[in-house]
Design a protein around this ligand. Sequence first.
Ligand code: ADP
Ligand code: MG
Length: 240
Amino acid sequence: MIKVENVYKSFGRLEVLRGISTTIEKGEVVALIGPSGSGKSTLLRCMNLLETPTSGHVYVNGRDLASPGTNIMEVRQQIGMVFQHFHLFPHKTVMENMIYAPITVKKVSKPQATQKAMELLEKVGLREKVDVYPGKLSGGQKQRVAIARSLAMEPQIMLFDEPTSALDPEMVKEVLEVIKSLAHTGITMVIVTHEMGFAREVADRICFLDGGQLIEEASPKEFFTNPKSERTRQFLEKML
Ligand code: ADP
Ligand code: MG
């Protein structure tokens, strides 16, 4: 589904990604973890062309994102992204947020988009909030709307960049539960998170990034009980 091939990324003289390679299969749930500044967000952003690698390649569904022949808008439609800070449209109601992209980008009819939106809001437990503006929602509710809004585009891939980092502790769980409920739907997910318990429970694979390099990739069990690299061990000591 996603193939990252020897990706380097620099911002000016700062080399942020230093030769990352990995392959993510369809339906796989990958947790991307690592210290702050290790390049997690940058790597995630390279997967949907919010950033362009300085060198190397990212393939989505076999298509090279850097190739001039690739229709970027089409590829992006297959990829949903959820950020730390929700990014809802503040002047649109929850329903208007939900149906905007399906109608304008995917040309779905309004009744159809509305019906789909209701189903998704039901799924994330926010059906009663359809006519509310984001300003009236809690952080956890905003993030659940943001997730539902991404899903309304029916993406094959969901990228999450620290979806619970901006939330008060009591709201973390409700958002993680929603993400967890997606894990077995066949959607491919890459999740940057500092929630180690969640990563362990939900991910098929953990990727540990440090200093712009992929230091270790393993199943959660192996990663947390028997980390191979010294850097992984040091990181886990601080986190657990
Ligand atoms: P992480 O998500 O693991 O915390 P990031 O990928 O956000 O790490 O950032 C890695 C490094 O790249 C940091 O030093 C950050 O300051 C730098 N960086 C990220 N984006 C930019 C940018 N657009 N311009 C300049 N430097 C950036
Ligand atoms: Mg980040």
